[in-house]
Design a protein around this ligand. Structure first.
Ligand code: ZN
Length: 263
């Protein structure tokens, strides 16, 4: 059962992050001040995290990331969570992954002139970025994807924002964006209450329109994109890609002191 294509998941993760960080100043809060480098780093981490749920699939991007080990990890996650688009495509999984990211974010070390270095986020960024650039086909081979991942990990060490909230927020947001994206297809995603499956009553499943939204197996869908890999999905992916280009342009323009203002 094919899912939303990896490239569109990665794009939607970056787009959601850019939209969220762009919206924060509008709230007039100083809670998460992010320098431009932090916004860009977060966008790529969020894009990488938006590929993570498909780690439960033996032919997904992540399964191919490392010879043998990638497939073993994918099979392990798939088996542990009940197969593709099952327990790893749930709010519970998003919460656990975010918790892991919080723990990784706490792993810091004082390193001479660099000051406090976010070791955990830097290490976790390496595979996330490798997945993201490979899914977007920005690089051809996995070895170059891992190379870009390591550069990104180094960039996190050098440029990451002083607050440590950005990393778990980017990871959690990316993971949830993936689940939301899969929910827009006919196949849908497991109940938000998973591991508890709530099935609709028999009368409900007799009505095709209702059955498409809350399925016999308890899955939930808002199938506006049709089947995975549809033309509609391609159009939405392209639109989100344009939004990312615009968002990055805005961030860079602010950084160089010539802010773009289309409003
Ligand atoms: Zn998926």
């Amino acid at each position: 059962m094919a899912a939303v294509m990896g490239v569109n998941h990665a794009t939607s993760g970056a787009a959601v992050w850019l939209a969220a960080t762009a919206a924060l100043p509008a709230f007039g809060t100083d809670a998460y001040p992010l320098a431009p480098a932090g916004v860009l780093a977060g966008a790529v981490v969020c894009a990488g995290a938006a590929l993570l749920p498909d780690a439960d699939h033996h032919s997904g991007t992540i399964a191919h990331s490392v010879p043998v080990l990638g497939k073993v990890v994918a099979k392990g996650i798939g088996d542990a969570t009940g197969g593709h688009r099952h327990g790893f495509h749930t709010v519970l999984a998003a919460a656990l992954i975010t918790l892991l990211a919080v723990l990784a974010g706490r792993f810091t070390a004082e390193v001479g002139p660099l000051g406090l270095v976010p070791i955990g986020p830097a290490i976790a960024t390496i595979p996330l970025i490798a997945f993201a650039v490979k899914a977007r086909e920005l690089v051809r081979t996995w070895s170059s994807a891992w190379g870009v991942g390591m550069l990104a990990g180094a960039a996190v060490v050098l440029f990451s924002p002083d607050n440590h909230a950005w990393f778990p927020i980017a990871v959690g947001l990316g993971f949830l964006t993936h689940i939301a994206g899969d929910m827009l297809t006919v196949e849908g995603v497991p109940s938000p209450l998973w591991p508890f499956t709530v099935r609709p009553p028999r009368a409900w499943t007799r009505v095709p329109g209702l059955r498409a939204v809350w399925k016999r197996n308890g899955y939930i869908a808002v199938p506006v994109l049709g089947h995975a890999g549809s033309a509609r999905e391609t159009v939405l992916g392209a639109f989100l890609g344009l939004y990312c280009v615009y968002g990055v342009a805005v961030v860079v323009s602010r950084a160089i002191g010539h802010p773009i203002d289309l409003a």
